[in-house]
Design a protein around this ligand. Structure first.
Ligand code: SF4
Length: 362
């Protein structure tokens, strides 16, 4: 089927279905571009039900772009803690400053201007322009890709970039002049709730009579499975260094992976090292002091997109020496109960939770 052929019918079916069956989401009650923008950034890589409480807390603390722009990065990152992919929060913060400074605190309604803001790509620009400004601009996220691939039996033929371009073209052909934002949201909603990656609910799908893959009985072939990138496994040793009722933490360098977040010192184990030898070497390199390991506290596993970390955590009561931490932004001795004021990457946050629950009694 050529997209243009059944275009109006598809638009009507999807909009009727969306009016009837759309899920309730806090950002859907408004056409204000700022909350729509925030929700779209949070929804990248994260499911709706996870995002809702983060979104509500964010809007309470940063109800306007001005308020966000003048907030400290540490505060902004703290509101993102638990969502992961912190560059999204950092970019949103930077973009808010640009909008306040250069656009009188009004979210731009032109594609060319929006796309220049930090963290806004083709998808986010399309979502903001169509939902907040009623402009017929397409979107293409993972859900829309899957729906379109099945609806029009579109395969990649081994050239992902060309396939993606064709999908953008089809999405642009389909988006209507009237209610473009609702139509785009309907496509995304259909992919998230009906046209699922595995076991799509074709029997209850409003488009099942128009869907080529369904008609041909080849739904499970779309989209074609992609070669999965191999996940790297990393072994890390980390130190909980304590002195009196306080614990040592340091802030990761800005600009690097998870930059600006706080962590317990440590690092990657070399192939020929024990966990303890790795920790002693890392602390000597990072802090410039030797440490004594008292005991192992825990082993944690955490998965990131590209790698899986096994974190071996040791208790190291402070001995002596002068800390010269050169590979971090700053470092501090912090009371256990104050740890919650700092933002940690997910794996380190598990250590914090444990320390706060037992008050540092090992
Ligand atoms: S009929 Fe099935 S495969 Fe086709 S769009 Fe609907 S859910 Fe997806």
């Amino acid at each position: 089927m050529k997209p243009a052929a059944g275009k109006r019918k598809i638009q009507k079916i999807l909009l009727d279905w969306f009016d009837r069956d759309q899920r309730d989401m806090p950002w859907r009650n408004s056409r204000d571009p700022y909350p729509i923008w925030v929700s779209e950034i949070m929804l990248q890589q994260t499911q709706v039900k996870t995002v809702i409480p983060f979104f509500e807390r964010w809007m309470k603390s940063f109800p306007t772009l001005q308020k966000l722009a003048c907030s400290r990065e540490e505060t902004v990152l703290k509101h993102w803690e638990g969502l992961g992919y912190y560059s999204r929060a950092r970019n949103l913060h930077r973009a808010a400053k640009v909008v306040v400074k250069e656009h009188k605190a009004k979210v731009p309604d032109s594609y060319d201007t929006l796309i220049k803001l930090p963290g806004i790509g083709r998808y986010t620009a399309g979502a903001i322009l169509s939902i907040a400004f009623d402009q017929p601009v397409p979107v293409l996220d993972g859900n829309v890709k899957r729906v379109l691939s099945r609806l029009f039996v579109m395969q990649g033929n081994g050239v992902p970039a060309a396939h993606e371009n064709r999908l953008w073209e089809v999405s642009a052909q389909l988006v209507p002049g009237k209610r473009p934002g609702d139509f785009n949201q309907a496509m995304m909603e259909l992919g998230a709730t009906v046209c699922l990656p595995k076991k799509p609910l074709c029997l209850v799908c409003p488009l099942h009579k128009r869907c080529e893959a369904q008609q041909q009985g080849v739904v499970d072939q779309f989209p074609a499975p992609q070669a999965r990138a191999r996940t790297q496994k990393i072994e890390v040793s980390a130190a909980v260094i304590t002195r009196g009722g306080k614990v040592y933490i340091q802030q990761r360098l800005h600009g690097g992976l998870m930059g600006g977040l706080w962590e317990f010192p440590g690092g990657k184990r070399k192939p020929d090292e024990t966990e303890e030898a790795c920790l002693k070497r890392e602390i000597k390199e990072e802090l410039g002091v030797p440490i004594t390991i008292s005991k192992k506290l825990m082993t944690l596993k955490h998965s990131y997109t590209q790698f899986r970390v096994t974190l071996h955590v040791f208790w190291c009561p402070w001995k002596s020496g002068r800390i010269r931490a050169t590979q971090c932004e700053q470092w501090k001795w912090v009371k256990y109960e104050d740890l919650k004021q700092f933002t940690f990457p997910a794996a380190n946050a598990k250590i914090v939770k444990s320390l706060m629950s037992n008050g540092g009694k090992f």
